[in-house]
Design a protein around this ligand. Structure first.
Ligand SMILES: [Zn+2]
Length: 312
């Protein structure tokens, strides 16, 4: 299904998937580096596929923590590594950890890193002996890109398109631009010929047209209902944070939702509950869907990666 020297490494929900290119005439190139707390797993995959060969380039599709979390470690391990980020992400990287970056604001961790180069829509990379185009895919992240190989009809779609959905967009009351941009990104993807999609999360899939139709339907349902987006985002962020935290004392949850910006601000704007009532709703909702549980007075994550996907 994939050209020689191209490897799709499916991770879980905490880490975005990687694509590794190991063509002998090119610098070994990795797309996305996973989440910081799982960097050992990332290094294990690279070790198995690269052996003694160095990693030459790292391309980041966008700057969410599950896509850039291994950058700093990889830069230390491979001194000649060139990290290439979308040009449109540079202001957010320079400002580091603004609320819209969803790091500390959403209770996510990521070590800062230095980048060596930027990429723009229209740029082309030679990867596994074929040309790959950089396409802007704003929406879920306004600076994000996808990579498309016309000759092979392959799409590295990051969080712009999954088999059943796409990465969250914020409620329109917070910022109307991402949802509108995501709709335009689907229009742009619609024009591509794709035989296999390599998404940021979940297995590779062939049903590109079906996935686009499902994603569009979900986006239009969200477009009608900001509260539905708000619920989906805070649930997704809490489940995600619990995946790397693994456990949290139940008694600390009201303080947690007061302290973590996305819960504090979304509650104030959309739900208007007391910290205790919001904490109760959030936990019940995540337990009812089977992703969290309370065991011996602690909230524990039951989702090791195969669960429903709404954050990323
Ligand atoms: Zn993302």
């Amino acid at each position: 299904m994939l050209p020689a020297n191209m490897h799709f490494i499916e991770r879980d929900w905490l880490c975005a998937n990687h694509i590794l290119f190991t063509h002998p005439d090119e610098p070994a190139t990795l797309v996305d580096s996973g989440y910081e707390a799982r960097v050992e797993g990332t290094l294990g995959h690279l070790d198995a596929l690269l052996g003694e060969a160095p990693l030459g380039r790292l391309l980041n599709t966008h700057i969410h923590s599950d896509h850039i979390g291994g950058n700093a470690s990889l830069a230390r391990l491979y001194p000649g590594l060139s990290i290439i980020v979308p040009e449109a992400e540079v202001p957010a990287l320079e400002a580091w950890d603004r609320p819209e970056h969803m790091l500390s604001y959403a209770d996510q961790r990521c070590e800062p890193f230095a980048w060596q180069d930027t990429m723009h829509a229209g740029d082309t990379f030679r990867l596994a002996g074929a040309d790959w185009m950089v396409l802007a895919s704003p929406g879920h992240d306004m600076g994000s890109i996808v990579l498309y190989c016309p000759a092979e009809r392959l799409l590295i779609s990051a969080d712009a398109l999954w088999e059943n959905g796409f990465g969250f967009v914020p409620p329109q009351a917070i910022d109307p631009e991402p949802l509108a941009a995501q709709r335009k990104t689907f229009d742009l993807l619609e024009d591509l010929e794709v035989r296999l999609v390599l998404p940021g999360h979940g297995p590779a899939f062939r049903d590109f047209r079906g996935a686009l139709a499902r994603a569009r339907a979900k986006l239009e349902a969200f477009a009608q209902d900001d509260l539905r987006i708000a619920r989906s985002v805070v649930r997704g962020m809490f489940i995600y944070a619990m995946m790397w935290r693994e456990r949290l004392p139940l008694a600390e949850l009201p303080d947690y939702v007061r302290r973590i910006g996305i819960h504090r601000d979304y509650n104030a704007q959309f739900f208007r509950l007391s910290d205790e009532a919001y904490a109760h709703w959030l936990l019940k909702s995540c337990c009812d869907s089977g992703q969290l549980a309370v065991v011996d007075g602690e909230i524990v994550s039951l989702d090791r990666g195969g669960g429903r996907r709404s954050a990323a």
